[in-house]
Design a binder for this molecule. Sequence first.
Ligand SMILES: NC(=O)c1ccc[n+]([C@@H]2O[C@H](COP(=O)([O-])OP(=O)(O)OC[C@H]3O[C@@H](n4cnc5c(N)ncnc54)[C@H](OP(=O)(O)O)[C@@H]3O)[C@@H](O)[C@H]2O)c1
Length: 305
Amino acid sequence: MALNVSPLTLGTSGLGRNTEPGSSEEEAAVGIAVDLLTSTHAFVDTSNNYSAGRSEAVLGLAIARIGEDAATRVLSKVDCDSETGAFDRERVLRSFDETCARLGVDRLPLLHLHDPYTVTFDEAMGTGGAVEALIELRESGRVDNIGVAAGPAPLMARYVATGVFDAVLIHNRFTLVDQSAAPVFADARERGMTVFNAAPFGAGILVTGPREGAEYGYRPAPPDLQEWVGRVERVCASNGVSLPAVALHYSLRSPLVDSTIVGVSSPGRRAQLDELAATPIPEEVWSEIEAVGPAPSPVDDSAYA
Ligand SMILES: NC(=O)c1ccc[n+]([C@@H]2O[C@H](COP(=O)([O-])OP(=O)(O)OC[C@H]3O[C@@H](n4cnc5c(N)ncnc54)[C@H](OP(=O)(O)O)[C@@H]3O)[C@@H](O)[C@H]2O)c1
């Protein structure tokens, strides 16, 4: 069944982080989850291991509060065993059961293979491997679509080329700073897959701008990147738009991307995101950013080539 995505998907990797069941912090997180699940955006993206399972648990509490229909708006992912790293057929089925129990559902529109770094590509694809279980879940009708979600473009290219997945999600590799996912997205589009581009802000510096401690792709941004982002921020300012608005629209305007996933786990973020998405970006911004020259991307996926 095709996924009817909207241009934005709401990411919840930080939702419920460090909350105790029954605490006031949990209650605040459930409030955010209710807001996400009742927004105009089609889907909320989570995973078995986000916030050590608390992201799914908080979404489950929100679903219980607002009604089962909301459950059709949650996309999740299977993760390896956090203690042993096991990521085989058995672990995938267990991971899916854990997800269903937390969310209070028995089926999902999309289930991704998430960050398959503890097994080789051949192990994941082989008999008794993780992908075999995902295919079984799709065949049994418990999930409508299966996907693969991770970072390194060379690894993702191999998974996409198998032809077994309905969707692909790549993070931090299709932004103002790094475009290494572009050929993988193009291949996925040709295969009729749904393309999710996650983390258009590089999870940091493209929303904060250059500053002490700014990160790109969950690592400290090196000085040359800080300097480049500063130059781009000045281009944005001279055109009367903000850096995060431009960073977001870089993904939203791309014909390679079906849906852009932004992390929105704190109060008010979803409304701010809607404002950024509604901001008109003057066409000149793109050529002026191009004139700044290519970004010194800190992403190094050579280990996966
Ligand atoms: N392997 C994978 O499958 C994978 C990997 C990475 C990401 N993802 C998915 O993609 C989502 C997005 O990734 P991400 O959250 O790491 O990176 P991101 O979307 O590039 O950046 C999120 C950061 O931007 C901030 N932010 C969001 N909207 C903002 C706004 N309007 N104004 C100011 N700040 C804003 C958030 O702050 P607050 O935290 O304060 O709200 C958060 O710190 C994740 O939540 C997850 O669902 C999947």
